[in-house]
Design a protein around this ligand. Structure first.
Ligand code: ATP
Length: 217
């Protein structure tokens, strides 16, 4: 079985998240992808973040009926900050024999990975799939490559046969150049604050939930 871990703040979950899960599921033949909303996220600034219970509920709504998608409350269940390395370890330790686990993230997250707890350990433990995204530096594979060489390991080389970057002692990394998705939670929150529509950015039940609960005003 091939499984994926897709963590984030999901504040709120949006169509970009859903599209990434469906695209990666199909592109890599993953059987199941766990969507894991973070508890007090260690890498976000001090801005007000919606309650974990709201973010979880919205994620469940957005991924309802999406084949292979499972929303996990594993990080929200534990008190305190959540760290990806701990979640990976939990999943790896409880995975059935023969399961391969992939970590999924957008390019913006990948370019910050050196700020994560024990980040080099992540590269030792499991393969990573990076989905292209427009960032301040751009969206190109060159940005990904120079970060990889300067910050992670300069021994990664692209293997055309395997369509990924391989390193003699670290796990492979896949750069997925899917269609760029111009949706972000930051923009959605801004839209809500300024009274602009968010339909087309989030699934309808999520939009309804945000309005009913008065979130992000
Ligand atoms: P914010 O704007 O608050 O930073 P976000 O839209 O990036 O939020 P997160 O919950 O932080 O959403 O993202 C979870 C994961 O999904 C991260 O790895 C992020 O890089 C990725 N992601 C989110 N939106 C996109 C997108 N439009 N394209 C590619 N990756 C994305």
């Amino acid at each position: 079985m091939k499984k994926g871990l897709f963590g984030g703040t999901f504040d709120p979950v949006h169509f970009g998240h859903v599209r990434i899960v469906e695209t990666i599921r199909d592109g890599f033949g993953l059987d199941e992808i766990f969507i894991v909303p973070a508890s007090i996220p260690p890498h976000k600034d001090a801005r007000q973040i919606a309650d974990g219970s709201d973010r979880l509920e919205m994620a469940r709504m957005a991924f309802k009926g999406i084949r292979g998608a499972t929303v996990s409350d594993i990080e929200l269940k534990h008190a305190g900050k959540s760290y990806t390395i701990d979640t990976i370890t939990l999943f790896l330790n409880s995975a059935a024999h023969g399961t391969s686990l992939y970590l999924i993230m957008g390019l913006d997250s990948f370019l910050e990975i050196h700020t994560w707890k024990s980040y080099m350990e992540i590269f030792r433990l499991l393969p990573i799939i990076v989905y292209a995204r427009m960032t301040k530096q751009g969206a190109g594979q060159d940005i990904f490559e120079s970060y990889l060489a300067s910050t992670v390991s300069d021994r990664y080389t692209f293997s055309a046969a395997r369509s990924c970057y391989t390193d003699p002692s670290l796990q492979p990394i896949y750069f997925y150049r899917g269609e760029l998705i111009d949706i972000s939670s930051t923009d959605i929150r801004k839209r809500i604050r300024t009274g602009r529509p968010i339909s087309g950015h989030v699934p309808e039940p999520v939009e309804k939930y945000i309005i009913e609960r008065g979130l992000y005003l």
